[in-house]
Design a protein around this ligand. Sequence first.
Ligand code: LLP
Length: 433
Amino acid sequence: MHEFRYVNGRLQCEGVALDALVKQHGTPLYVYSQSTLEDHYQKLDDALAPLDHLICFAMKANSNCAVMRTLADCGGGFDTVSEGELRRVIAAGGDPRKCVFAGVGKTEREIEFALRKGIYSFNVESEPELIRINKVAARLKKTAPIAVRVNPNVDAGTHAKITTGTYENKFGIAFEEVEGVYARARKLKHIRLRGVQMHIGSQLTEVKPFELAVRKMLPLVERLKARHALEFFSIGGGLGIIYQSALASAAPEWWQASAAKKILTPAKYAATLVPLLQPLGLRIIIEPGRFIVGNAGVLVTRVEYVKRTGRKNFVIVDAAMNDLIRPAFYDSYHEIVPLQKKGGATVSSDVVGPVCESGDYFCKDRPLPKVGEGDHLALLSAGAYGFVMASNYNSRALATEVLVKRRKSAVVRPRQKIEAIWETEQPAPWQKR
Ligand code: LLP
């Protein structure tokens, strides 16, 4: 469910017409719906209500401070992976004591920062990291709460670049080695064994891989809990969303009923997993990113040119792979719709950006309504792994971000000034003139 829909032929977000936002703020423009964020958070929270649970939003998916504040106000914590992310949590008004710190390459400085801020748990990805955390904690005369990230070696069956739970990946500690690691960790004076963690991949559209991984983990978690008095089990993130027909998921009842059969809803996720997890008597943490924010954001772009070649109809827009890299990087599908609904025949089109790479496209040979210079298109489901993966490639400024809440809208990050791109660069001393 999300809040982007056509009203009288104009695409709106929570009662605000996107073309009005374009007039005010220009393009490329990211627009987020606060009510959608809240709704998604709430749906997960309700589904997990039978468990003592904590939702740690995987902020790597979208770390805009206003998005984060929305989720902090809902009561959520955050899954962080760097000092920068943890600093953002604090800047956004979140609570570090509701945060976990993951990632395979935590530096001493990052560990120290997280310890000083009272992080809930480090998700440890290797034994050398465990030893480093113990050392830093000893220096600070603190005890570091940790969970080992277990690699359950379950194939999530998702895109190769976002599968994480098999032994082909760099993440976590192999299932078979985990008990030994806990036994050794227990001897480290400045480590508190607080929990155990897993994450098998992203954009999972079925509950089965989660179920297999949880079932595989259960006996291990039981044993670890009994031996080390653990407090929590984190089952990671990964709930998938609908990318195709994303707009339809906003409104018609009939569509939702049929789509609900296909997608992984929080209710389905919980119906399978809660009965498995409840007997553990542990606090359950989940780390959803995409599910919360994916369909809560769109990227609006202007059509600059339409270029017809013998074989193709290229719609050249002012957003590019530097704004939204997912199609170039993962061949991912984002639905593309005009801000003004158009009838008539469709044209097989490639929507491409101005960046000098043939990978700079948003879709290929897709039937789209006929558009021309000055029309605007929305790339849907761009709220997760959109702006956060943007870059200044081709010296293109980072886009504006706007948050909408019930007919109100606000810029939550202004367009980057072009000069700001090279502001901190300088010639070497011998090049000065
Ligand atoms: N927890 C851990 C340990 C993770 O590595 C991730 C995502 C998450 C939670 C959140 O996963 P989610 O609920 O969002 O699926 N850039 C890629 C996705 C990379 C995911 C990385 N890890 C994309 O655009 O599809």
